[in-house]
Design a protein around this ligand. Structure first.
Ligand code: PLP
Length: 237
């Protein structure tokens, strides 16, 4: 029997099918193509075996929040060479080297110093590191991210860095906000994303939506939903 924190394989497969269905329905409701929305499986606190299981079912993109925990899993799963690893947690500058060397994407860039360090530390042989600017859309003190007015300057610096590829914006809207406030935040993000695309034609990713708000995110143009709990169950401590 699996322990209470370790999801059974059959439950994982059921959740995977359900989440994909939910994305499909949200895409249809928004009159969008299902192919325009990627699923990022957020595997923080979950064992490498759960990632391998979902990989076996066809999932390739995985998101991790803690550098050391992620490195352990990346090492353990090194034979699955086409996994795409996304770093989505708060990034301290003393951890940028590990991230530059081991990940394919970073969603949480909110300052110049991280841009400089990641660019310097990205190994040339790995190709450009894909970068999303984290936007603190609801000005929450507890969250990382730049304000809407600071996106352009940071985008320009990422776009001019040789070993980085600017891809777009990531945000975590406040789940406690009222429905009306939430709609407003999602709308502002969609607008900021479109403005960024006008200035940087390479921008193609709006990383928005988690287990509880992925439908709203898809309504407002998300191209990548980051789903943890709905796939893997509640987080392990
Ligand atoms: C943990 C986390 C997620 C997944 O959240 P769920 O509510 O479990 O789907 C998504 N994005 C970020 C940045 C996270 O830290």
């Amino acid at each position: 029997m699996p322990t209470s924190t370790e999801i059974s394989h059959s439950a994982l497969h059921t959740h995977f099918a359900e989440v994909k269905q939910q994305i499909k329905h949200a895409a249809e409701a928004a009159n969008r193509s299902i192919d325009s929305i990627a699923l990022l499986a957020v595997s923080k606190t979950k064992p490498a075996s759960a990632i391998a299981e979902l990989y076996g079912a066809g999932q390739r993109q995985f998101g991790e929040n803690y550098v050391q925990e992620a490195l352990d899993k990346i090492t353990e799963l090194h034979e699955l060479t086409d996994i795409i690893w996304h770093f989505i947690g708060p990034l301290q500058s003393n951890k940028t080297k590990d991230v530059a060397e081991n990940f394919d994407w970073v969603h949480s860039i909110d300052r110049e110093k991280l841009v400089r360090r990641l660019n310097d530390q990205r190994p040339a042989k790995r190709g450009p590191l894909n970068i999303l600017i984290q936007v603190n859309i609801d000005n929450e003190a507890s969250k990382a991210g730049v304000g809407l007015h600071d996106i352009n300057a940071l985008a320009a610096s990422i776009a001019s860095a040789d070993r980085l590829q600017l891809r777009g914006i990531m945000a975590i809207p406040n789940p406690e906000a009222t429905a009306k406030e939430q709609e407003h935040s999602f709308q502002q993000l969609q607008k900021a994303y479109r403005q960024l695309q006008e200035q940087h034609s390479e921008v193609d990713t709006l990383s928005l939506g988690m287990s509880n708000d992925l439908e709203l995110a898809i309504k407002y143009g998300s191209t990548m939903v980051r789903v943890g709990t709905a796939l893997f169950g509640a987080r392990n401590k």
